[in-house]
Design a protein around this ligand. Structure first.
Ligand SMILES: NC(=O)c1ccc[n+]([C@@H]2O[C@H](COP(=O)([O-])OP(=O)(O)OC[C@H]3O[C@@H](n4cnc5c(N)ncnc54)[C@H](OP(=O)(O)O)[C@@H]3O)[C@@H](O)[C@H]2O)c1
Length: 342
């Protein structure tokens, strides 16, 4: 199988780089400064084993890739970029007949729970991947991942449920590439569980990672996740329990010292650092807010985090520049407003 990595940033760069290192055919699809750097100097991949330069085929989009029946599309863009990417690729012809949407598997290697639904509108063969892979991309051409001895844990299955030969074959390739890749019939249960922790991405992005371990930050984090649990319960959505999720990551030691400063703040923080102008909050906190609205559960903390993260991205404010006390004050005001309108 050949892996066409759509969005060669932190996750796409690391997964694509390691698949290539273990002998698999890989095409990296990128844009902007990242594409220019990949073309000029190649991919610089850093893991606890060291830094190595990789020269891999690159493309700006589907017009530069002759799709083959053995291609696997691995979608690794942020959720807010999924529709554009899926639209660009789904109608492309595949050698031998049919379009990508009809013929090729697409694996959503992303956080949140909306991407698979977006993909299934355009692709017949959709796979959900729960990505536990702490990775960093803040400088064009360079990606790093601090997991050791495995780089990450990637639960994978057919969407909406089930396992098949394709999922098993992809997992086997990942397992040869220093990932743990359990094939599971209920990958979305894993992704809903991960969603709860990813609602903290916005807090890390606007306040910085250290704020998350301060008492005010810890309290906000607990309330953010409690809202998430409450909406899942109200919606009747089953998620893997936190203990089971933690146990699945046993053995993956994250070498946070490798990239001091950048580690721990998460992928939304990296969007602010790179000044991309957009952030994933509508699909993380926004998912909780959406479910809360549908099922009558108040979600003031997630609403505030979603709003602040979007403001930071839009106005290109510095990552981590808001004191966590200011977030707490905004949450208190939102809770008051909720009570007044209730
Ligand atoms: N980073 C982590 O540690 C981590 C861990 C677990 C899960 N995740 C999840 O994995 C997903 C990917 O995150 P990430 O951190 O890898 O994102 P990322 O570093 O921002 O990488 C995504 C890349 O895709 C590019 N892109 C967007 N649309 C494209 C298109 N149509 N064609 C080609 N390239 C395109 C982006 O370009 P621009 O830079 O121009 O936007 C960016 O370079 C997210 O859902 C994230 O939440 C991330």
């Amino acid at each position: 199988m050949r892996y066409v990595i759509i969005g060669a940033g932190a996750i796409g760069g690391v997964v694509g780089g390691q698949l290539a290192e273990s002998g698999h055919e890989v095409v990296l699809v990128a844009r902007g400064a990242q594409l220019a750097a990949l073309r000029e100097t190649g991919l610089r991949l850093t893991t606890p084993e060291g830094t190595r330069p990789l020269r891999l085929p690159c493309a700006a989009g589907p017009e530069e890739v002759d799709l083959r029946p053995d291609d696997v599309l691995l979608l690794a863009v942020k959720s807010q970029d999924s529709v554009a990417a899926l639209d660009a690729w789904s109608g492309r012809p595949v050698a031998g007949g049919g379009t990508a949407g009809e013929m090729l598997p697409v694996v959503c290697a992303q956080n949140g729970v909306e991407n698979e639904r977006l993909a299934l509108r355009r692709f017949r063969r959709v796979y959900a991947m729960c990505v536990y892979l702490p990775a960093i991309f803040i400088e064009p051409g360079a990606v790093s991942a601090a997991g050791d001895p495995m780089t990450g844990v990637l639960h994978l299955g057919r969407y909406p449920t089930g396992v098949d030969a394709t999922a098993t074959a992809i997992a086997a390739d990942l397992e040869k590439s220093r990932f743990a890749a359990p094939v599971v019939p209920d990958a979305m249960r894993w992704k809903y569980s991960k969603l709860l922790s990813n609602t903290l991405n916005s807090l890390g992005a606007v306040c910085g990672a250290p704020a998350l371990s301060a008492p005010v930050g810890l309290d906000l984090a607990a309330r953010t996740m409690a809202e998430g649990r409450a909406v899942l319960a109200a919606a009747g959505i089953e998620a893997v329990g936190e203990a089971e999720h933690m146990a699945a990551r046993d053995g993956l030691v994250v070498q946070v010292r490798m990239e001091s400063g950048a580690a721990g703040a998460g992928s939304s923080w990296q969007s602010l650092v790179r000044g991309t102008g957009s952030i994933e909050a509508d699909y993380l906190n926004g998912e909780v807010v959406l479910l809360g609205a549908l099922h009558g559960v108040p979600t003031p903390v997630n609403e505030v985090l979603q709003r602040l993260a979007n403001e930071f991205a839009r106005e290109r404010r510095a990552a981590g520049s808001m004191p966590v006390e200011e977030v707490a004050a905004a949450v208190a005001a939102a809770e008051l407003a909720h009570r007044d309108t209730a």
